[in-house]
Design a protein around this ligand. Structure first.
Ligand SMILES: Cc1ncc(C[n+]2csc(CCOP(=O)(O)OP(=O)(O)O)c2C)c(N)n1
Ligand code: SF4
Ligand SMILES: [Mg+2]
Length: 314
């Protein structure tokens, strides 16, 4: 399917109203009702835009307070849950995805959002990224990629470009950076999109698409760190002489190889939906396993189920 056809479909869906389950007497939450602590990010940090759009998304899609779940690891970007007045956890560095998987699998009535940085996602959490993607656990993961470790004051991250001078690479980074889009596609993510702080309506559109996806949805969001990597994304910023290039209209986002090729475009690359496919989620597979097992032991008391297990071991 082409991106244009899908966008039109989305537009019809989202303008028709958000959460059908929201009772009439409950009003959509405004930013005032969703905002918690004052964000502690530096002035001009790209992370503010994702937060602003998350408030907007909650309001637009009429999410209920008790259904909002915001999970993060550790990093500047991962402070996110503190700033949202709802359920959430600021978890261990790199371990946001396993925590979010537990929430997603045990509470199918929630949609889990995970926010974090490039270090959290692709260094210490790289393993979890791969496995959560391949297992297709239903959640939306927005990686606020600033090409640096911001919180710990400028170390090289897995997305820092070659030659980037940091506190860990005084002579400039020697290691080839990873390409998050290729990484996500190769790992088996069933929804892969890219956005940037210079086009916020576009980011909102990507977040809506991701939220509606039944599976693991990943968005790489270029989020400038004003303090330790100023100007990193100027090439994608029309106000700084760069260009915001959308995914070409003829791109077939159901074609995995085309998506991979698109992810290989020269810097600063394209923005939009690269890849989307429908395949069984871990949530659906596990729900079926549990239902099948329950059917097998229907009518038995707990002790009888236990006795059956012991008998099998004899
Ligand atoms: C187990 C563990 N190792 C290392 C750290 C130190 N640490 C905290 S945040 C961070 C990197 C953050 O970078 P990133 O995920 O890119 O987030 P940003 O601050 O750039 O948003 C590191 C190495 C930690 N908190 N816990
Ligand atoms: S150090 Fe960088 S990433 Fe962290 S809050 Fe400041 S501008 Fe944002
Ligand atoms: Mg970072």
């Amino acid at each position: 399917m082409s991106v244009t056809a899908f966008s039109n479909e989305l537009l019809n869906r989202t303008t028709a109203g958000g959460n059908a389950s929201l009772p009439a007497e409950r009003k959509a939450l405004t930013k005032k009702e969703t905002a918690a602590d004052h964000p502690t990010w530096c002035p001009g940090c790209g992370d503010f835009s994702v937060l602003a759009l998350y408030y907007k998304l909650i309001e637009k899609r009429k999410m209920e307070h008790e259904k909002i779940t915001t999970v993060a690891g550790i990093g500047c970007s991962s402070r996110f849950p503190y700033f949202v007045q709802a359920h959430g956890a600021h978890f261990i560095h790199g371990r946001a995805l396993p925590f979010a998987s537990g929430v997603s699998l045990s509470r199918p009535d929630l949609h889990v959002f995970v926010f974090g940085g490039d270090g959290d996602a692709f260094s210490i959490g790289g393993n979890h990224f791969t496995h959560t993607a391949r297992k297709n656990v239903k959640m939306t993961y927005v990686v606020m990629d600033n090409f640096v470790y911001g919180l710990t004051k400028k170390q090289t991250s897995p997305t820092s470009p070659l030659g980037f001078k940091s506190k860990t690479d005084g002579w400039g980074s020697q290691d080839r950076p990873i390409n998050p889009m290729k990484q996500a596609i190769a790992a088996g993510a069933s929804f892969v999109a890219r956005a940037t702080a210079t086009n916020l309506p576009h980011l909102l559109q990507m977040m809506e698409l991701a939220m509606d996806h039944d599976g693991f949805s990943f968005i790489e969001f270029l989020s400038e760190c004003k303090e330790f990597y100023e100007g990193a994304f100027d090439a994608a910023n029309p106000r700084k002489g760069g260009a915001f290039l959308e995914v070409p209209k003829e791109h077939n986002f159901e074609d995995e190889y085309a998506a991979y090729k698109l992810a290989d475009a020269a810097w600063p690359g394209h923005f939009g939906l690269f890849y989307k496919t429908n395949r069984a989620t871990k949530n659906a597979n596990e729900a079926k396993l549990i239902a099948d097992h329950k059917a097998k032991v229907a009518g038995l008391e707990d002790w009888q189920i236990l006795q059956k297990s012991f008998d099998r071991m004899k």
